[in-house]
Design a protein around this ligand. Sequence first.
Ligand code: SF4
Ligand code: SF4
Length: 355
Amino acid sequence: MTSKEEKKFLTRLKKFSQEIFNATDAAVMEGFEYFQTSEYKKTGAVKSRAKEMFANKGLKGSVRLATHMAKRMPSMLSNIKKNYRDMDDYLYSLENGKAIPHTSEKVVKAFPNKDIWNDLLQYSWIKHKVIVGFTKVSEEYIFKGKAIPFQYALVFAQEMRKESIEKAPELDAGMEVVNVYNSLGIATNDIVAWLKKKYKIMGMANHPLGGLVDFVPLAEKAGLGLIGRHGMVITKEFGPRCRIAPIFIDEKIFQVTDTTEHEWISEFCNKCGNCARSCPVEAIYERPKLVQTSISENTKDRYESYDREKCFVSFSATMGCALCISVCPFSRNPKIYDEMKTKHWKIRKVDNNAN
Ligand code: SF4
Ligand code: SF4
């Protein structure tokens, strides 16, 4: 979703090509933006989306949904605007040749800032119930036509309530998706302000609803989890029942949290397939399709796990669908990750011994 503020921000930022990080030639288009293209509209999916929504939810459901959206939308829009408004001083300094706001030298020199990191984890969890990773942003993840001012990112994930997601594809699940888009947008704006005020760390929050960067591979790279067959990041803490958003940071002030510890999940997915079997529109592919070959050592090739046109019709009709999330075994409870990991390695050992 591209807001007026984002467009203005990018126009100003892109004048400083030496200072910023641009999308690569092979960049993919941001999802919500793709749905506004004439190419997508020609498919007739926009009309069928409205029709499906009414057919699915009827008048009562549609009114319930519209009321919920009307309550959350002002907050989401104001938090998206805030992401860009808070960068005004930064852009003004660039435009006028002034010293640009920067993370304090004291913090930069004190890398890896373990005390600040622990304080950040604690603040983020206690105040917003979000988990955190830190990584270098690969330019491959920047969406087509976009750019970012800083090269590192804190990546946050916030849980969607199990009781609501379990009701997917009922409206309760979709409403929870919207709730967490909103609460995570509030959380990242609050955390970036806290970092600036308490530690003089320069950052830019990016709202979970349509960002400058593809948050899914970014969260995987930051070690929050692994992309499952349904295309969502399966985290240890919440499974795929979460939404993701970053704060871009100007310096490498923390140790990166990149890890390979979640790799075993791909083998598990190969045997499971629950999400693909449960998708009402058969949007999840048997084998994910390659969309972008990695151009750096630190990133993986990127795959598309599902047909986004098919999914979006169903997603819009229910305002979140989330059926593939609700049937994913990792969504059950926080202990399931470790239980399944242990079970997986035991089975693997038996298989290896048998061979
Ligand atoms: S959100 Fe719904 S429609 Fe989309 S892939 Fe998941 S189950 Fe299928
Ligand atoms: S439902 Fe099964 S196959 Fe799909 S993402 Fe979850 S674990 Fe993987």
